[in-house]
Design a protein around this ligand. Structure first.
Ligand code: ADP
Ligand code: MG
Length: 359
């Protein structure tokens, strides 16, 4: 074992208190680590699972000192933790994995698309509009319409997105957004696919199987494996892209990449997230190493595990407003129920998920 390994017994600090953090904590404890969660006050389902609970704003200097003095490695359970904090932790000697370079790109749709262009990875037809001066002069907007205007940062579960058909609708949506945005041409989708790549600080790379996703109202609804609407050729292309991106970013941790396949068979990179991803929740039951354990292994520089599925599965999200009949799932002999323990159910909020196994 190399000396950069962060050994079980050490403290892992997770920034963010959501369900992805909660499930990562379960994996970390299973592997003998102690944990800290740092998140501002709010509905933080991860908090109760942590060895040390830091309910503090992200600009609290005492908490920063506390984390730096105790945690052997710091990670994030969503990519939108303030970049200033990540950089401060790094500049004071904290080991943050994935680091600020990866998070910076993952926080901005514009930077993600620029990276894709640099690496010659096909992506949706996209144009950037700054918050201040909406300059569409000289642009042939018909190339991008009908389209989706998306906020450059802070979007998730279809939030911060406006479907626009005409230049007038585009101007109105941009006005409403009030922040930097990208306009993406609407893709006629055959299917959506995702992959999880892990890369350790020593440079070991591991790829998951590719999974197939269906969305409802911009929110992930179901994920299945094996795939029903993708070819071996598309899967191979996705694997190559995932490896290339992980190496390019010098990833230390895990990274999920989302893709569209359009009705003409073009594979297009959509976006990425350097953390556990909803479409890999089935990995808790259907593989040897879950995505959460893989995350822990990668940030601690342990040998990476095996995220290849050993059974057919379908994962379905339980969304606020429609999840209340979850008790039925307990009567399904194929199903495993996960409820996140969020204090409040709101329409569109992820409250839990169920994974059905079909060995
Ligand atoms: P987020 O997941 O951060 O909310 P995405 O860009 O992944 O944002 O969009 C959410 C979903 O909306 C996608 O998975 C897809 O189903 C749909 N969508 C987003 N962009 C497009 C597009 N350009 N064409 C067609 N569908 C899209
Ligand atoms: Mg997405």
């Amino acid at each position: 074992m190399n000396n950069s390994v962060i050994k079980p017994g050490s403290i892992i600090c997770i920034l963010g208190g959501g369900q992805l953090g909660k499930m990562t904590l379960v994996a970390a404890h299973q592997m003998g680590y102690r944990t800290m969660v740092w998140a501002p006050p709010g509905d933080n389902p991860a908090m109760e699972m942590a060895t040390h609970r830091l309910v503090r704003p992200y600009d609290c200097p005492e908490t920063l000192t506390n984390v730096l003095s105790q945690a052997s490695v710091i990670t994030t359970e969503w990519e939108n933790i303030p970049l200033g904090l990540i950089r401060k932790l790094e500049s004071h000697g904290g080991i943050v994995r994935p680091g600020s370079k990866v998070l910076e790109v993952a926080q901005s749709r514009r930077l993600e698309k620029m990276m894709a262009r640099e690496l010659q990875i096909p992506t949706t037809k996209t144009v950037f509009f700054s918050a201040k001066d909406f300059n569409a002069d000289g642009l042939d907007l018909s190339e991008y319409l009908p389209g989706i205007l998306k906020t450059d940062g802070l979007g998730y579960d279809g939030k911060g997105q406006w479907r626009v058909n005409t230049p007038k609708e585009l101007f109105e949506a941009h006005d409403k957004a009030g922040v930097d945005c990208v306009l993406e041409k609407m893709v006629s989708l055959r299917t959506e696919l995702s992959i999880l790549v892990a890369r350790s600080p020593s440079g070991q790379i591991n790829l998951s199987d590719v999974v197939e996703n269906t969305h409802k109202d911009g929110i992930l609804d179901t994920t299945i494996w094996p795939l029903e609407n993708a070819s071996e050729f598309e899967i191979k292309k996705i694997c190559k892209i995932a490896e290339r991106v992980a190496d390019h970013l010098g990833l230390e941790g895990i990274l999920a990449l989302e893709f569209f396949v359009d009705t003409e068979g073009n594979l297009l990179f959509n976006e990425m997230a350097p953390r556990p991803h909803n479409s890999f929740h089935g990995s808790i039951e259907a593989v040897y190493t879950s995505q959460f354990e893989q995350h822990v292994r990668a940030i601690c520089d342990l040998p990476l595990g095996n995220v290849r599925f050993c059974t057919q599965f379908e994962m379905t999200n339980l969304i606020g407003g429609t999840w209340e009949d979850w008790s039925k799932i307990l009567g399904d002999p194929t199903g495993r129920l996960h409820l996140y323990g969020k204090a409040e159910s709101r329409p569109g909020r992820k409250m839990g998920h169920v994974t059905q196994l079909f060995p």
